[in-house]
Design a protein around this ligand. Sequence first.
Ligand code: PRP
Ligand code: URA
Length: 214
Amino acid sequence: MDLSRNLHVLPPTNALRTRLAVLRSTFTTSSAFREAALQIGRMLAERALEEHPAVVLGVSTPVENTFELAFPERSAALVPILRAGNALVEPFCELLPNPSVWHVGMSRDHETKRPRVYSNAIPKEVPPTKTCYVLDPMLATGGSAEEAVRLLAEGGASKVVFVGIVGAPEGVRRLHGTYPDVPVYLAALDRCLNDDAYILPGLGDFGDRYYNSL
Ligand code: PRP
Ligand code: URA
């Protein structure tokens, strides 16, 4: 499978790589980890929303009239995969007017590595006008992302996008194997998974580091 199809990895700018260094380092405190996640989340939201529908907006400046763009009200649904996905909600809320937020709770079984859904706030009928952003910082085996997209497809979602911070090639292949039309936005594409399905070099367990629950 061509890994580059429908995969968008942020350019490795100095700003991004210095923030990734903070996330990856085992010596980073939980507070600094949260701050770096927020900063990278803002870079991801800015990039992913380049493809979000926008309308031309007339604007009166103090000196003349001009045109800019606006995102339509309620045109997006954010679907954070709990817990870690919560870290990406705020950066999208900063840019989108009144998005819906539909939390999906999942945890990976340590033995099978399969996700177990423990809560699901996706409506039974997803309005076709909404672009749905599945948010999860880690795309490891791709099982959690695949399950979230499946739940959205079940509700009839017409447009689904995945946004993560660090991905493994295995996860991208799996998600695109099942849902080739779901664009994937990542801050970094790492090397591979280890035997415990952790991303290498990765950053460890995102949820535990973000919530200081190690
Ligand atoms: C982690 C991570 C992703 C998932 C990715 O969740 O936050 O949701 O694993 O792995 P996958 O691509 O192999 O499915 P975890 O089960 O650790 O839950 P947490 O977010 O509550 O810590
Ligand atoms: N979930 C994480 O938090 N980290 C990984 O490396 C893989 C899954």
